[in-house]
Design a protein around this ligand. Structure first.
Ligand SMILES: [Zn+2]
Length: 305
C-alpha cells in the first residue's frame, strides 16, 4: 500500500473509533503513522472548549431562572416559559461565541491534515494556504453548526418546561430538569468534537488533492468486512474513479466521499470505505516550477467559479 493510502486509511480508522466513543483518544491512533500525533490534542482541546461553552450556557439559563423567580413569589412556569421565548433565547450568546471557536478548530485541523496528506503524496509542491473554497466552507459550516446546537438546546429547554407544566411540577422541580439537561453535558461536547474531525478530514482530502498537481482524481476503496452492511454495493464501488471535485454515484445517491452526509443512512452506517488519490506519474516527475504552475491554474479556476 502506498504511503498516502496507508495514511488515509489510518485517519479514517481513527475517526471511526473516535465516533464510536473510545475512552482514550490517543490510544486509538494508528501507531505506524507518527504524522498524526497532533490530532488527539486538537480534538481534545476542542472538546474542552465546547464543554466550557455548554457550561456557560447552562449557567446563563440557571441564573436567569433564579433571578426571574426571585422577583416574584407568585411566579409561574408558564410565565418563565414565556420569558424564555420572548426574551432570553434571543440574548443567548452561545452560537456567536462557539461559531468562532468551531471555525478555529476546523481551520487548524483541516490545515494540519492537508499538510500531512500532501506530504505523503510525495514529490509534489508543499502546502501553503487553504483555498478560498475551504475557508468559505469553514466560515459557513462553523456558523451553521453553532446555530443548530443552540436551536437544539432551546428546543430541549422548551420541551422540559412544557413537560414540567403538564406534570404540574414546582418551580424547583423544573429547575432540576434544566440542570440535568443532556444538552449541557460533557458527552455532547465530546460527540460534537469527534464528529467534526470527519468534516475536517473530508475537506482536507479534497483540499490536498486539489493542491497536488499530480493528483488527477479520487478513487473509492472498499474497506471493512463483506458481511457488514452496506457491504455489497460498496464492494462494487471499489476502484471507482471520479474527478477530485466530482461526486461518486452509489446506489442511486451522490456523495463527494464515503460517509458524506448527502448519502442516506443506509450508505453511511457501517461504511468503512476510504478514498485515495489517483496520481499521474508523469506529472509527479515534473519540476517544482512546472508543478507550481499547474497548482496556480487549479486555484485560479476555483477562484473564478
Ligand atoms: Zn463503504
Amino acid at each position: 500500500m502506498s504511503k498516502v493510502d496507508n495514511l488515509l486509511k489510518g485517519i479514517n480508522a481513527f475517526i471511526r473509533k473516535a465516533e464510536e466513543g473510545s475512552e482514550d483518544i490517543t490510544a486509538i491512533l494508528p501507531n505506524d503513522i507518527p504524522e498524526l500525533d497532533e490530532l488527539p490534542e486538537l480534538v481534545e482541546s476542542f472538546e474542552a472548549l465546547t464543554a466550557k461553552r455548554l457550561r456557560q450556557q447552562r449557567k446563563f439559563y440557571l441564573d436567569a431562572f433564579q433571578s426571574f423567580i426571585s422577583k416574584d413569589d407568585e411566579m409561574t412556569l408558564e410565565a418563565m416559559l414565556n420569558y424564555l421565548q420572548s426574551d432570553l433565547f434571543a440574548s443567548d450568546e452561545f452560537a456567536i461565541l462557539y461559531g468562532i471557536e468551531a471555525a478555529a478548530f476546523l481551520t487548524n485541523t483541516t490545515e494540519s491534515l492537508t499538510k500531512i496528506i500532501m506530504e505523503s503524496i510525495g514529490k509534489d509542491v508543499a502546502f501553503n494556504d487553504l483555498s478560498m473554497r475551504t475557508t468559505d466552507w469553514v466560515a459557513s459550516w462553523s456558523k451553521e453548526l453553532a446555530e443548530i446546537m443552540q436551536l437544539n438546546t432551546h428546543k430541549a429547554i422548551e420541551s422540559e418546561l412544557v413537560a414540567a407544566i403538564e406534570a404540574g411540577e414546582s418551580i424547583q422541580q423544573a429547575e432540576i430538569r434544566l440542570k440535568d439537561l443532556p444538552e449541557f453535558d460533557r458527552k455532547r461536547a465530546r460527540d460534537t468534537a469527534r464528529t467534526e474531525i470527519l468534516a475536517a478530514s473530508s475537506q482536507a482530502n479534497w483540499e490536498s488533492f486539489m493542491h497536488s498537481p499530480s493528483v488527477e482524481g479520487k478513487k473509492w476503496k472498499h474497506s471493512g468486512s463483506k458481511k457488514s452492511q452496506p457491504g455489497a454495493t460498496h464492494v462494487a464501488m471499489d476502484g471507482e474513479v471520479v474527478g477530485v471535485d466530482e461526486l461518486f454515484l452509489v446506489d442511486g445517491e451522490f456523495g463527494m466521499y464515503p460517509r458524506d452526509t448527502t448519502f442516506s443512512a443506509k450508505n453511511r452506517v457501517n461504511c468503512g470505505c476510504v478514498i485515495g488519490p489517483v496520481v499521474n506519474q508523469d506529472i509527479i516527475r515534473l519540476s517544482l516550477e512546472e508543478k507550481e504552475e499547474i497548482r496556480q491554474q487549479v486555484l485560479n479556476e476555483l477562484h473564478e467559479e
